[in-house]
Design a protein around this ligand. Structure first.
Ligand code: ATP
Length: 246
């Protein structure tokens, strides 16, 4: 589904991403880990179109999307969460999800469904999402008034509401306590069961080991390992670069 071919991003002399090949297959959860500054977030920013590539190509479902602007990539079904939460603070929880749903419906050009038959379905879907993320009791609360953990859940809920073909999760466990990480683990597993395709960038190695089908490891902007969690965990280069240093 997603095929990164020799992608690189240089910021002046800093080679943040330096010739990475990486494939995400439909229906899998690919974990991307690596030490601080190894280029993980830069890859998310390149795939979502926030930064232009220095070199290489990004293919999505076989099409070269390297030069498409962010909004066009969203239109193709690539959704993301941000390390620093970005919600509509002055809209309610429900409204934040409604906006996300609406963007999807526009994407699918379901004008008639949206106006003449979709509203009950849309509302039911928002309700299911609120339940799934344990936010039903907060539906009328302004996003800005939510606790940090609730805002993270809403950010995740909003990304899923767009029914993405590919979801980029940028450090979803950042700042979460152990109980919240367990809940996040369960939600990502459920998403895998539901057939979502996810690129999961995360510092929390235990979480990635638990939920990812495959893991790729970055160090200094380069991929140093890729494979099933157990193999990656035992990889000598990974242990030296990352796991062994924690
Ligand atoms: N906009 C930018 N301008 C200049 N340098 C940048 C920029 N964004 C990232 N970098 C540099 O690129 C390198 C990779 O950063 P990146 O944020 O992708 O790493 P990361 O693996 O996501 O790190 P972390 O785990 O700490 O979030 C770092 O050296 C960083 O300082």
């Amino acid at each position: 589904m997603l095929d990164l071919q020799g992608i690189a991003k240089h910021f002046g002399g800093v080679h943040a991403v330096d010739g990475v090949d990486l494939t995400v297959k439909r229906g899998e959860i690919l974990g991307l880990i690596g030490p601080n500054g190894s280029g993980k977030s830069t890859i998310v920013n390149l795939v979502s179109g926030l930064f232009p590539l220095t070199s290489g190509r990004i293919l999505f479902d076989g099409d070269d999307i390297s030069d498409l602007p962010s909004h066009a990539r969203v239109g193709l079904g690539i959704a993301r969460t941000f390390q620093n939460i970005r919600l509509f603070g002055q809209l309610s929880v429900w409204q934040n999800l409604w906006v996300a749903q609406n963007s999807r419906l526009q994407r699918q050009e379901m004008f008639f469904t949206r106006w003449f038959g979709g509203s009950a379905g849309v509302q039911a879907e928002i309700e299911r999402t609120l339940e799934f993320f344990d936010l039903a009791h907060k539906r009328h609360e302004l996003a800005a008034n939510l606790s940090f953990g609730e805002q993270r859940r809403l950010e995740f809920a909003r990304a899923i509401s767009a029914k993405p073909s590919l979801l980029l999760l940028d450090e979803p466990a950042a700042g979460m306590n152990a109980e919240e990480v367990d809940q996040l683990d369960a939600r990502i597993r459920k998403m895998r069961d539901d057939g979502f395709t996810v690129l999961l960038i995360e510092h929390h190695v235990e979480l990635v080991m638990s939920v990812a089908d495959r893991i790729a490891v970055l160090n200094f902007g380069r991929k140093i390992a890729e494979g099933p969690p157990a193999a990656v965990q035992d990889d000598a280069a990974v242990r030296e670069a990352y796991l062994g240093t924690r």
